[in-house]
Design a protein around this ligand. Structure first.
Ligand code: ATP
Ligand code: MG
Length: 426
């Protein structure tokens, strides 16, 4: 046999024993997004590289070292597997004129790609649920998004997530802060790591986002953006805070929360957990009022967030809250040539009546078929042997619940009705 081909490091298969949890959260996502008036949008996974360089920011980790970029071998175009969804969503909205004189509440879900060191909660292909709201400039929508996430945790049965909040102000406020910050950081050139030295003049705010323990004191005492905020930015933050208070959502103001993407202004937030080690952020987002214009659209205020689905699933697992697993109603056991067609027809009739049916395939003894029926999780077994087939009947056996083990002989034409009735009472 030839050598087997392995999947790519950091890009995972979701196997059948795990996919139920994915289906469950996706189902919850859909109902939840609809409940707040958000509509689904679907963008391509590949975009022109320039979209992310311009949209995410030239001096971000993502653009500097995490993108999967390549040249289209046919026409030489520079392309990138999307590392995040916001830039593509904005591109699509501009391209299809969705933002002109109108607001949009949008959500999307799908794989993202970043060339990072794979570890628990950090992968090279991972999945995000993204929400973006366009055309709203007030703090009410910022707060709505945060409230939505609190509601999502509740819908999923998650507890203990913490909210961190900050304001990045506007461009002028950041510029004034930047001058002070660069002057401060210049005093630490000797102890800055390579990343820090490189970013000192390109992206000094990100120097504070360091995970290097040796630099924590330096970061802690740096000039704070909060002290540079003007009246409007402060009022915006106060508006968000007032609504979080009204909703009873607690939060920590974290003036070092800067986010890894360049496009944010004013409100930024993260929901974190202490249960996933270093990969602590489950959802993160904020306001990005300048991005639409930066990508060639008419100015349009915007705010959004993304949830890391793998981290969400790890947290669900850590907290032992599993989604319900969808079980079939019936496992249909049959044996003998004369039973094959009646069993086939019976399965079709039961499905037409709205029941979920696994029709046994592949032969085998009654005993081995019953084993499969048990492990399928089905609530009922329908058994058709040659004698039942001849008589136009089946045996109905209850596999789970209080009446487990009960068995009765049923005329095939009555079977669906009897199971439907038993399903609601059993
Ligand atoms: P981190 O600081 O953990 O690298 P980030 O700031 O790069 O996160 P964002 O770009 O804000 O992350 O993405 C939003 C969310 O997507 C994160 O909070 C996280 O839950 C998830 N996420 C980001 N990168 C990965 C990854 N490589 N693997 C799994 N999930 C990820
Ligand atoms: Mg990152």
């Amino acid at each position: 046999m030839a050598n087997t081909i392995q999947g790519i490091r950091g890009m995972n298969d979701v196997l059948p024993q795990d996919s139920q949890a994915w289906l469950h959260v996706e189902q919850v996502f859909r109902n939840w997004a609809a409940a707040y008036g958000y509509k689904n949008i679907r963008m391509p996974i590949v975009e022109p590289t320039g979209l992310f360089v311009r949209g995410v920011g030239e001096h971000t980790d993502i653009v500097e070292k995490e993108m999967y970029s390549f040249e289209d071998s046919l026409n030489g175009e520079k392309l990138t597997l999307r590392p995040e969804g916001t830039a593509g969503c904005v591109r699509a909205c501009i391209e299809h004129n969705l933002l002109y004189n109108q607001t949009q509440r949008l959500w999307y879900i799908g794989p993202m790609f970043r060339h990072e060191r794979p570890q628990k909660g950090r992968y090279r292909q991972f999945h995000q649920l993204g929400i973006e709201a366009f055309g709203f400039e007030g703090p009410d929508v910022d707060a709505e998004l945060i409230v939505m996430l609190a509601d999502l945790w509740q819908r999923l049965g998650l507890t203990g997530l913490q909210l961190e909040l900050n304001s990045l102000g506007n461009a002028d406020e950041r510029a004034a802060h930047r001058v002070a910050l660069i002057a401060y950081l210049e005093g630490f050139v000797d102890i800055l790591d390579d990343d820090g030295k490189r970013r000192l003049y390109t992206n000094p705010l990100r120097v504070l986002d360091t995970k290097n323990p040796a630099l924590q004191d330096m970061a802690q005492n740096a000039p704070k953006l909060a002290d540079f905020l003007g009246a409007e930015s402060r009022a915006h933050l106060d508006g968000v805070r007032a609504r979080l208070d009204a909703a009873g959502i607690g939060y920590v103001l974290n003036d070092r929360l800067v986010r890894g993407l360049d496009y944010y202004n004013r409100t930024v937030f993260e929901w974190t957990t202490t249960q996933l080690g270093a990969q602590a952020t489950v959802a993160a987002g904020g306001r990005y009022d300048g991005l639409v214009e930066q990508l060639g659209g008419k100015p349009c205020p915007a705010v959004g967030f993304a949830i890391g689905i793998e981290r969400l699933l790890l947290l669900l697992e850590a907290q032992g809250v599993a989604g319900q697993v969808a079980q079939p109603d019936v496992y249909l056991v049959h044996q003998g040539d004369a039973a094959a067609m009646p069993a086939f027809r019976c399965a079709m009739a039961l499905r037409a009546a709205g029941l979920d049916v696994i029709l046994h395939a592949g032969g085998g003894s009654f005993k081995s078929q019953f084993k499969k029926a048990d492990s399928s999780g089905a609530r009922f077994a329908v058994i058709i042997g040659e004698a039942e087939a001849e008589a136009g009947q089946a045996n109905l056996k209850v596999l789970t619940g209080e009446r487990q083990g009960e068995q009765q002989s049923v005329v095939l034409t009555d079977l669906a009705e009897i199971i439907l009735a038993a399903r609601t009472t059993n």
